[in-house]
Design a protein around this ligand. Structure first.
Ligand code: URA
Length: 226
């Protein structure tokens, strides 16, 4: 679908159209081993989007993201932020299950990237939360999650990206549980900031002024990325 078509359809219709195309996708070897595709789920008007890695066995059976043990913990974390699963949007970098839950291959991630890009174009989330290293790589390619988790990056278009540990990491390493919970607690404040920034940008556009956001400031450990 062209960007114009994406922008002029309702998000519900645009997502339904996208899900149909994902269901028929033959673009990588995972198409031959999947039970069904797992395109994403949640509110078509969500302001917050969570991006995981890839479907596991339960997700492959049910066609919905994060329905296994990691998903139950993600629900709890979304609750810590004061939201429900129905108010946010959840997707994965890769829409089909890698056999045996192995890591997705670079070609599989590349084959799925246009679908994730289209989800961003349809939803235009104000806050994007990456869960684990595969979704983090897009914005923080060489960073270590242990150094940057919870630290927001403000993109030029006003969106905020927040790298988080994957919920499954806390299931395997109990000491990370409190760390992830604290990181999720900060999300409502970041959303409030992103909303205010967007309102200021709209006001400035309406009055013909420009906003000087000042020089980009690197986060600890990201000095090379800016
Ligand atoms: N389930 C998903 O849908 N994605 C993950 O990254 C892990 C479990």
């Amino acid at each position: 679908m062209s960007e114009l078509a994406t922008a002029t359809r309702s998000p519900e219709l645009a997502l339904a159209n996208l899900y149909e195309r994902i269901a028929d996708c033959p673009n990588c070897p995972l198409a031959r081993t999947r039970t069904q595709t797992v395109p994403g789920a949640g509110s078509p008007t969500a302001e917050v989007m969570f991006i995981g890695e890839a479907p596991g066995q339960r997700e492959d059976e049910q066609g919905r993201p994060f329905v296994g043990p990691a998903g139950r913990f993600l629900d709890e974390l979304i609750g810590v932020a004061g939201w429900t699963r129905d108010e946010v949007y959840i997707a994965n970098v890769v829409k089909c299950r890698p056999p045996g839950n192995r890591d997705p291959e670079p070609e599989e991630i590349a084959a799925c990237r246009p679908y994730l890009d289209e989800q961003f174009a349809i939803l235009r989330p104000k806050v994007i939360v990456t869960l684990g290293r595969f979704s983090m790589q897009r914005w923080f390619p060489d960073a270590a999650i242990s150094r940057i988790h919870g630290a927001p990056r403000h993109l030029e278009d006003g969106r905020v990206v927040v790298p988080m540990y994957h919920p499954a990491a806390a299931l395997h390493n109990g000491s990370l549980r409190d760390v992830i919970i604290e990181d999720f607690r900060a999300l409502p404040g970041l959303l409030a900031e992103a909303r205010a920034a967007e309102a200021a940008r709209r006001d400035a556009q309406a009055s013909g002024a420009t906003i000087d956001d000042g020089p980009a400031r690197p986060l600890p450990g990201q000095e090379r990325l800016i």
